[in-house]
Design a protein around this ligand. Sequence first.
Ligand code: SAM
Length: 302
Amino acid sequence: MSEELRLRENQNRFHQAIGAAEIRGLENSLMNASNLAGTYYPEDRSQNGFALYAMSADLAAKPLSERLPPTPLRHYYGIKDNRYHDDLYLRSGLNDVNAMRRLLVKDGVRLGSAPILEFGCAAGRMLRHLEAEARMTEVWGVDLHSAAIHWAQAHLSPPFQFFTNTTAPHLPFEDNSFGLVFAGSVWTHIGELDDAWLLEIRRILRPGGRLYLTVSDQNTLAEIKRLSPDHASNRHVAELDEATGMLSKNWVAFVTRTTPWMQRVVYQRDAWLARIGQWMDVRAAVPNAYGWQTGVLLAKRG
Ligand SMILES: C[S@@+](CC[C@H](N)C(=O)[O-])C[C@H]1O[C@@H](n2cnc3c(N)ncnc32)[C@H](O)[C@@H]1O
């Protein structure tokens, strides 16, 4: 048998073994499987590939903090009365950064003296408000969503630096690189890999470095019920409760999945802090620090 035939046969056997008749099917099943590590959201799924473009002259003329991404890259921030409001998008990012700054200042942290990373930065809704720090030190943003990262690279870099990461809990930085890593509403979506990501981020923090992240907890559940009875989350929680009876049991965390990609993670705050407190010092936990999510500040020991 020729080498080429042998390779093709091997390939066919592999495709059959994993149930994908041809390479396009294989790619589709890999990219759609939410439980496989190592995936990301591609820029474009068409078979022709994609092209990237430089920033328009209009946006280049604006201050960096006012360059607005197209609405599909805003991840639902700045919506009111079923439509996107530019000013709300910009203000929401500033408010969330200011809430983080207040916690850091209270904890004695001075920003700008050591590199900063935003994990799950999307199109830089928060990161754009750290422009002053980015003139003093490296400020990075990473996300699974490659279209958001490509937009950020074209519109916010320099001074910021960006790349697309995968769902595998690894970031290509050296140990002890950052003074601050922050993640707004990312621990709300990373389900089973939450601890692995926390430990990976601990690895790249300097000793004494801080991780600021926001989570949904029992306070968040109560706030959504009180302030927004029609919110889809209430229905998702009720459906999972119907299937599991979890709310009348001693639950410590749960995940509702709405699509293969979308998951919403909720923790019992004290139980979760007790677990992660074994790995990092818990400096603060502030309910409603980021909308109805709780802001948590952790420090790497050492
Ligand atoms: C609700 S959005 C928040 C975006 C941004 N942090 C903000 O506050 O504007 C959640 C973001 O986390 C990103 N994300 C989820 N899991 C991730 C992972 N494992 N690695 C990197 N980004 C992730 C999503 O792609 C999305 O951009």
